[in-house]
Design a protein around this ligand. Structure first.
Ligand code: GLU
Length: 275
């Protein structure tokens, strides 16, 4: 009797796990369609990728427009949730967002935890320093402090390339830039486009310069949870279609084109596959 009842309890528990499991692991793309909303994790303090517009108080930027386009092509609304470099992966794995489009580099180590779309933006790491100062490259940073963001590839790359510097990791890049202005660090380091954004949005951009050559490769991907291949395929198809139909270029030029304060020539090509 005892044996039967424990077998019964085990079976019941198994059933419950199976049922709740099947709810938790429902296809993310189908969930988004049923809900009518795509929830995207974006930065809210990285000009021009994701930041709060002073007038509208809304989060805007290149990453936001890419997500808006994906949501539009899916026929759903877009909801934004701010993430930082340190919180974006847990926010995604815990199910608080469907996608993470937040200046995030595709990296093998990250691929162990989440999946990525194809590369939708290409950059590399540089330094932002005081104009006319002594720092011309990472080689000049031995014995110096360098500011960057917690949870970024930038902090790891910096330590690897210049083990003799001290990396100070802040919550975000504006805090690292403030430390540079206050003389607490000798440089800010991260992807060049983020440095262009910091410099270009400063009240005295001429005080700062972006120094040295690229010392890393930073291909950005949109993060999705592991094993959500329908969603990942959809995102990839959207990105390729946007590249082919000119939408990508329009969004690119809006935020990074020659008419902006953040001009970065488009020097790479998205890898597209035939229909
Ligand atoms: N692209 C780099 C990364 O994914 C640096 C920018 C960021 O912190 O978002 O870590």
């Amino acid at each position: 009797m005892r044996r039967i009842s424990s077998a019964f309890v085990c079976g019941l528990a198994f059933l419950v796990v199976l049922m709740t499991g099947s709810v938790a692991f429902a296809d993310a793309l189908a969930d988004i369609k049923a809900r009518g909303v795509l929830v995207a994790g974006v930065k809210d303090a990285v000009i021009p990728f994701g930041y709060v517009d002073e007038q509208s108080k809304q989060i805007v930027g290149f990453d936001v427009d890419i997500c808006r386009e994906i949501a539009g092509r899916l026929g759903v609304k877009l909801e934004l949730k701010p993430v930082t470099s340190a919180t974006r992966i847990p926010t995604l794995t815990e199910g608080m967002v469907d996608v993470a489009a937040c200046t995030m580099t595709r990296k093998i180590a990250r691929d162990d935890v989440i999946d990525f779309s194809i590369t939708y933006f290409m950059d590399g790491q540089k330094l932002l320093v005081k104009k006319g100062g002594k720092i011309k490259s990472y080689k000049d940073l031995a014995g110096k402090k360098v500011g960057t963001a917690k949870g970024s590839t930038s902090e790891i790359n910096m330590r690897n390339i210049q083990p003799k510097c001290t990396v100070l990791s802040f919550e975000g890049y504006p805090e690292a830039f403030l430390a540079l202005k206050q003389g607490k660090v000798a440089a800010v380091t991260t992807d060049s486009v983020i440095l262009v954004g910091l410099k270009g949005s400063d009240e005295s951009p001429d005080k700062w310069e972006i120094a040295g050559n690229f010392f890393s490769s930073e291909p950005y991907g949109i993060g999705v949870r592991e094993n959500e291949s329908n969603l990942r395929d959809f995102v990839n198809k959207c990105l390729m279609d946007m590249w082919r139909d000119g939408t990508y270029k329009k969004i690119y030029d809006k935020w990074l084109g020659p008419q902006t304060k953040f001009y970065m020539p488009l020097t790479w090509e998205m890898e597209t596959i035939p229909e």
